[in-house]
Each structure stands twice: as structure tokens, then as C-alpha cells.
Design a protein around this ligand. Structure first.
Ligand code: SF4
Length: 200
């Protein structure tokens, strides 16, 4: 899979302490997107097992509640995402899963999205069905820079926080936060909601 970044623990991406997996690649071109460096389908091509290992390592130093998938666009690598969820579920059966996607629920349910490698509408519909069966929540819809939101996890008002299991209620999602993580390599990753702009 093409990986943009892995954040071992975050409080800004859903309930509790969560690892965040940023997929590399997005073709949706929302005007004003904050994550331009995640758009190209080029970058670190890593094995799914190596991402699971990073999750396992992260769990040794923090009591993680689950994983949030972000990007880029996770659903544009849906086969890898489905496999990643499956492998994490095996090592952490109680983990919760959340996702940020630029697609709406209708688009995903009907297979009206692009994914790599390319596959049929029937396969895309089935991929979403199998992924959704494991997700506890998803923030869905394109980012609309003309309509900023203040609600938990949403960057614009058109986006929906969809609860896909009974694990959480809307009240479990806290106000927007911004976090800056410094990786051992010295790289920094900004995650969450930098509504006042990025630090310089
Ligand atoms: S879906 Fe997300 S990553 Fe893709 S262009 Fe829109 S805001 Fe950016």
C-alpha cells in the first residue's frame, strides 16, 4: 500500500487514543485541501504487515483504543484498506476503526468511487460493504472551503459523521484539536484541525 504517514498515537482523530494511518493518494481535488502532499499516487510503497507491526509497536507504549484511516483518500486503496483492517482485527480484536473519506455514503454504497487497482462496480460495492462492517465511524464527504465547520471531526458543514456501529454516540467525539507529532527521523506531522492555519 502507499503510505503517507503513520502517527502512533493521537487524540485529535476520534474517541480515545488512536493510531492514525494516512494513505498516500487522492484524486478528489477539493479546493483548499490542507493535505496537498498526500495527493500524488507516489511515495512509500510498504507492506500491510509492516503497518500492522507499527500498530503493534505503538500499542506497547500507549493504550490505544483503535485506528483512524485518513489521507489522501483511504477508499482509493480499498483492497489494501480491507486487508489492513482484517490483519489489525486479528492482532487486536477489540480495536475500534474510524475513517475520513471524501466520498459520501451513497457513493460508497453504490460503488461510485475509484480505487487502485481498478476493479468492477460490483467489487467496489462489496469492498465497501466489507470495510463498513468493521468501521465504527466515518467522516464522509468532500471538503468545502466555503462552509467551514466547528463540529467534531468535520472540516466543512456538508460532511457527515456517520456512526456505523453501536460503539459510539455523537457525544463521544470531542471538539476539534490540532496536534503536531515529531517522528524519530525529525519529520513533523500535523494532524487534526488547524483551523487557524499551519504553524510556521
Ligand atoms: S478528499 Fe481529502 S485529501 Fe482528497 S482533496 Fe479532498 S480534502 Fe484533500
Amino acid at each position: 500500500m502507499l503510505l503517507h504517514a503513520f502517527v502512533p498515537s493521537s487524540r485529535a482523530n476520534g474517541p480515545g487514543l488512536r493510531a492514525v494511518v494516512y494513505f498516500q493518494g487522492c484524486t478528489l481535488k477539493c479546493t483548499g485541501c490542507w493535505n496537498l502532499s498526500t495527493h500524488k499516487f507516489r511515495g512509500k510503497d510498504v507492506s500491510i504487515a509492516s503497518v500492522v507491526q507499527r500498530f503493534e509497536d505503538a500499542r506497547k507504549s500507549a493504550a490505544l483504543e483503535g485506528v483512524t484511516f485518513s489521507g489522501g483518500e483511504p477508499m482509493q486503496q480499498a483492497p489494501a484498506l480491507a486487508e489492513l483492517i482484517d490483519q489489525i482485527r486479528r492482532v487486536a480484536p477489540g480495536a475500534s476503526f474510524g475513517m475520513f473519506t471524501g466520498y459520501t455514503k451513497d457513493e460508497l454504497v453504490t460503488g461510485d468511487y475509484v480505487t487502485r487497482p481498478r476493479t468492477s462496480v460490483a467489487n467496489r460495492t462489496e469492498l465497501w460493504r466489507s470495510i463498513a462492517a468493521h468501521l465504527d465511524f466515518a467522516v464522509m464527504g468532500r471538503y468545502d472551503h466555503t462552509s467551514p465547520a466547528v463540529e467534531a471531526l468535520r472540516t466543512s458543514r456538508n460532511q457527515e459523521l456517520v456512526l456505523l456501529s453501536s460503539r459510539y454516540r455523537e457525544g463521544n467525539f470531542e471538539q476539534q484539536l490540532v496536534e503536531i507529532s515529531i517522528e524519530p527521523s525529525g519529520n513533523s506531522v500535523v494532524t487534526g484541525f488547524p483551523v487557524l492555519g499551519f504553524p510556521v
